[in-house]
Ligand binder design. Structure first.
Ligand SMILES: C[S@@+](CC[C@H](N)C(=O)[O-])C[C@H]1O[C@@H](n2cnc3c(N)ncnc32)[C@H](O)[C@@H]1O
Length: 198
């Protein structure tokens, strides 16, 4: 089996650049999230929790899910150090059949580009949401300067919206929210936020 690249970088993941990017993503997310409404958020592909940890202040419960066990270890130590009581970490394999499901909202930030089968993962996430629940998806716009065998070079928002509607989501909207320097495989790139309802 191939080594999980995120296991290898998890302990060095929180660089100043990544922390600042996460802050800017959070700022664009805050006006759209259901903050303070006693809801449950699932942060899928949460990494070290740069988004999920600050969001614990605004949700009843935040479920932090990742397929890198080392990312989850880093996260667990942050949760403990900060005395956070309403966060739960979980491996992807433990999600199915878990009592935390279905959830009110799902956040997918900078994760879709790393998953080969886009439709399959979005269908899976659709199944984890309550009726009326929302998906918040942050990722890179299609970027012809980026080419990597293991990573999508961003997404065309219109194509992604069509796929998301085909899966069954409604009230789908998206727009470019950030323009960043050297952020996507060391190339300048823009990021979009897509919001969709089950
Ligand atoms: C670039 S990091 C983003 C972390 C965080 N969401 C953020 O915005 O700071 C991508 C994360 O997605 C996780 N990931 C990649 N493929 C995944 C999959 N199939 N299922 C769950 N997590 C996955 C990686 O382990 C990694 O922690």
């Amino acid at each position: 089996m191939e080594p999980n690249v995120f296991n290898q970088i998890a302990n060095q993941y929180d660089t100043e650049d990544r922390i600042q990017l996460a802050r800017r993503i959070l700022e664009t997310l805050y006006p759209t999230l259901s903050l303070g409404q006693k809801k449950t958020l699932l942060d899928f592909g949460c990494g070290t929790g740069l988004l999920g940890i600050p969001l614990t202040a605004h949700y009843n419960e935040v479920i932090l899910v990742d397929d890198s066990s080392v990312m989850l270890e880093v996260l667990q130590s942050k949760i403990k150090t900060n005395g956070i009581l309403n966060a739960k970490t979980m491996a992807v394999s433990d999600l199915s059949g878990s009592k935390v499901l279905p959830v009110d909202e799902i956040l997918l930030s900078l994760v879709l580009l790393h998953i080969p089968d886009t439709e399959k993962i979005l269908r899976f996430l659709y199944g984890l949401l309550k009726p009326g629940g929302k998906l918040f998806l942050v990722d890179f716009d299609k970027n012809q300067r980026v080419s990597h065998p293991k990573v999508h070079n961003g997404f065309n928002q219109k194509n992604l919206q069509e796929l998301i509607v085909k899966i069954g989501f409604r009230n789908v909207s998206s727009s470019t929210v950030l323009e960043e320097k050297k952020v996507f495989m060391n190339e300048d790139a823009s990021l979009f936020l897509l919001v969709a309802e089950k």
